[in-house]
Design a protein around this ligand. Structure first.
Ligand code: NAP
Length: 283
């Protein structure tokens, strides 16, 4: 039976979250005389990363969150980046820190992430944040995975007992979203570049999360009828990792690209920055 999936409107939900976050930011500023501040750190000039950081800073400004921009040359060493992040971690005027991923291949990204103080890790990239999230303890979640879970909640998708297939296992996206789904009692399978029989695994999924970076890797015909499809992929030409036209004929809910997962990532970042500021300023 052919159907057309309902679209999961990340843009609208993110707008509501950011409006609420802006109110909280204004309240903190009024009560303490200090605006929440996010430091954004960019290494090099990769055009996509430059755009992402600009978007994040723009949204901060609109939400009444200050942003401090640190642009480092592509040739920055791991030690220099660690020093910069360490200084921001100690700076009382900075409440949250975002290191734009990916940094250059010559940099030890894990060492850089670990230089971010956990109380300022508003993008949820440190080992401390990952472990807290995996154990269901308080802390900051990774931005995109956190945004995905909010979208599922908004559309009343209860992961408990569902078979969830996460395609991709990166530290910032695939792995943490699988842990969050597991924490909500889904039965989780991870797929990656060495997975055999990807199609047959995806076919079993009640919830599919595509987090790869390969245009239309997930075929529409592999979507189980009625499944929920979350496409976190973002490829040149505004194309996701899922064959959208094919998948929407079978899914019950699907995220558009753009306008699905992307805006939710920024909303989660802003929300967590304000939460970090409130805690540090003891509001
Ligand atoms: P990444 O670090 O490059 O990881 C890609 C993952 O996909 C890896 O785990 C890799 O497996 C797996 N993979 C590669 N080829 C595969 C294949 N043929 N079949 C199955 N798995 C395969 O990428 P990322 O940073 O997680 O980003 C993934 C996508 O999400 C990109 O399109 C990115 O632009 C997008 N993204 C969107 C947002 C947002 O806010 N919307 C945020 C972050 C990322 P191995 O581990 O085996 O190498």
């Amino acid at each position: 039976m052919s159907r057309t999936a309902r679209l999961m409107d990340g843009t609208g939900l993110a707008r509501r979250i950011v409006e609420e976050t802006a109110k909280q930011a204004a309240d903190i500023t009024e009560r303490t005389g200090t605006a929440p501040c996010l430091a954004t750190v960019l290494v090099g000039e990769d055009p996509a990363s430059v755009t992402y950081v600009r978007m994040k800073r723009n949204r901060c400004r609109k939400a009444g969150i200050e942003s401090r921009y640190v642009a480092l040359p592509a040739a920055t060493t791991t030690a220099e980046l660690v020093d910069t992040l360490g200084a921001l971690s100690r700076d009382p005027d900075v409440h949250g820190i975002l290191l734009q991923h990916p940094v250059g291949a010559h940099i030890d990204e894990r060492a850089a992430f670990e230089a971010i103080a956990p109380e300022k890790d508003v993008d949820g990239v440190t080992l401390a944040s990952f472990s807290a999230m995996s154990f269901g303890l308080p802390g900051f979640v990774s931005g995109t995975p956190g945004g995905i879970m909010r979208l599922l909640d908004e559309y009343d998708v209860a992961p408990a007992g569902q078979r969830a297939v996460v395609v991709g296992r990166s530290a910032i996206l695939g792995k943490p979203v699988g842990m969050l789904l597991l924490g909500r009692d889904a039965t989780v399978t991870y797929c990656h570049s060495r997975t055999a029989e990807l199609s047959s695994i995806v076919r079993e999924a009640d919830i599919v999360v595509a987090a790869v970076g390969r245009p239309r890797l997930i075929r529409g015909e592999d979507i189980k009828p009625g499944a929920v499809v979350i496409d976190a992929g973002y490829n040149p030409g505004n194309v996701g990792d899922v064959d959208f036209d094919g998948a929407r004929e079978r899914a019950s809910l699907i995220t558009p690209v753009p306008g699905g997962v992307g805006p939710m990532t920024i909303a989660t970042l802003l929300e967590q920055t304000v939460r970090a500021a409130a805690r540090q300023l003891e509001v």
